[in-house]
Ligand binder design. Structure first.
Ligand code: ACO
Length: 431
């Protein structure tokens, strides 16, 4: 067998550099280009960073060719089947499953930070009711920094952990308040006797006028969605959180930026766009086939939302779990959803169509998640907020990892300048 190489050689003209290869535990190989510019005077060019490893990470493994997703080694299918959201959050933070004692202590800690400062409530009322809840959540999470900037801890790790617990605990409260504000209902205080996802539903749907008991089927479905969203290695919003954190900005500011990145329709905002697409087909704006023709036409500006992925060139394992969960949930609640039928029809067309097959475009996590959110009565513009709630442990764990990593530096990519070369300033009358 040929020896496994440990370096790669790059030749430019008559100069050569030998660059170290870094190997991941799952076989990913990276060329370490850190010496490249200093020794060869060149940089790499990779718009969208499709070939660039920005960090070494132990949190999540993703194999897009084979459709594999694991959190700290544990397959997403097993976690979806057996775990629950707070356990998964711990797993992402520590890359180990908690013992019963650790989990109980963690759940207790999260439970007792669920309330937000009373003054923060007034912040919501200063924002327009029709404002998108993602904007409201990003602003509110950013504003948390103003409440906790004076808190001093003995060491930075303690301070970071306190911020992590606070964020995880308060995010369902903030999410629910952004909804209550939009519909003009009173904010409901968290209930610490309820588990995490049940409490989120309570704060969304309870009112002071009557008793509300979260439906266990809905609680389980929401918990599943949160688990599936919990991390996805260096995606757009997580890279944003790391980048903002790399300037040593605090965790609240970094996560607020992550929420904004997630909002975009090419990222987490796709779950809202998928349902809007399905509704437009249901309402007869165009048939599924007509829509698919538009999605294939580059001049139409239309894409099949919830399809395609930068990394997956195979069925997204989360979409597989969610498709099954959609069927199970609708069967258990005894409700039919015509949008599921349309989604299945679009998928069937795409899987047979050479445009999608050749480009390896498959359903991603957002294709079926909206149908579940809808079955839980979550309003369409809140879908991405719940995605953000789910992604929170991922953002936090990657932020914490960044700060533990001795190789971390402020994120500052270079560019290839292609503008004008030096020229002299012209007075305005001479232009
Ligand atoms: N519908 C139609 N065509 C598509 C789609 C789609 N959903 N996705 C990709 N394509 C086409 C592109 O036009 C391109 O075609 P070309 O090679 O002929 O130019 C090719 O497939 C490759 O697509 P890119 O845009 O280059 O792929 P990229 O990796 O940059 O983008 C992305 C990935 C943004 C997810 C893209 O597939 C997309 O826009 N999908 C729809 C939005 C969506 O569902 N986003 C959620 C992703 S999951 C998440 O972030 C949580």
């Amino acid at each position: 067998m040929p020896a496994t190489p440990s370096t790669a050689k790059l030749t430019i003209g008559d100069r050569e550099i030998e660059l170290p290869l870094i190997r991941g535990t799952e076989g990913e190989v990276a060329i370490d280009v850190r010496r490249l510019r200093a020794e060869m005077g060149v940089i790499t060019y990779d718009p969208g960073f499709g070939n660039t490893g920005s960090c070494l990470s132990k949190v999540t493994f993703l194999n897009g060719e084979e459709g594999v997703l694991r959190y700290a080694g544990y397959p997403i299918e097993q976690l979806a089947e057996n775990s629950h959201f707070l356990e998964v959050a711990w797993l992402l933070f520590y890359q180990e499953l908690p013992t019963a004692k650790q989990l109980a202590a963690f759940e207790h800690e999260v439970k007792y930070h669920t309330m937000v400062h009373e003054d923060l409530k007034r912040f919501f009322s200063s924002l327009p009711k029709a404002g998108h809840p993602m904007a409201i959540c990003a602003a509110t999470v950013g504003a948390l920094s103003t409440f906790y900037e004076e808190v001093k801890y003995d060491d930075p790790a303690e301070e970071r952990w306190a911020a992590a617990v606070r964020l995880l605990a308060k995010m369902p409260t903030i999410a629910a308040y952004s909804y209550k504000h939009s519909v003009g209902q009173p904010f409901m205080y968290p209930r610490n006797d309820l588990p995490y996802s049940a409490n989120a539903l309570h704060m969304m749907f309870a009112t002071p006028c009557e008793q509300y008991t979260p439906d266990p089927v809905a609680v389980k479905a929401l918990d599943l969605l949160l688990i599936l969203h919990a991390d996805h290695e260096q995606n757009c919003s997580t890279s944003t959180v790391r980048t903002v954190g790399s300037s040593l900005a605090n965790m609240f500011a970094s996560v607020s930026a992550g929420i904004s990145a997630l909002w975009g329709p090419l990222h987490g905002g796709a779950n809202q766009k998928v349902i809007e697409m399905l509704i437009s087909i249901h309402d007869g704006e165009r048939t599924a086939r007509e829509f698919m023709d538009l999605a294939k036409d580059k001049n139409s500006g239309v894409r099949l939302m919830g399809f395609g992925h930068r990394v997956y060139r195979n069925y997204d394992p989360r979409a597989k779990i969610l498709k099954k969960a959609c069927h199970e949930l609708l069967a258990r609640t005894g409700t039919a959803n015509p949008l599921l039928e349309i989604a299945l029809e679009l998928e069937a067309i795409a899987l047979q169509d050479s445009y999608f097959v050749e480009r390896k475009l498959y359903p991603n996590v957002d294709f079926y998640s909206g149908i579940i959110y809808q079955a839980l009565n979550i309003p369409i513009d809140m879908f991405t907020v719940f995605f953000a709630l789910g992604r929170l442990p991922g953002w936090i764990s990657q932020w914490l990892e960044f700060h533990r990593d001795p190789d971390s530096r402020i994120n500052r990519p270079r560019q290839v300048y292609q503008g004008h070369t030096m020229r002299d300033y012209k007075p305005i009358e001479a232009r």
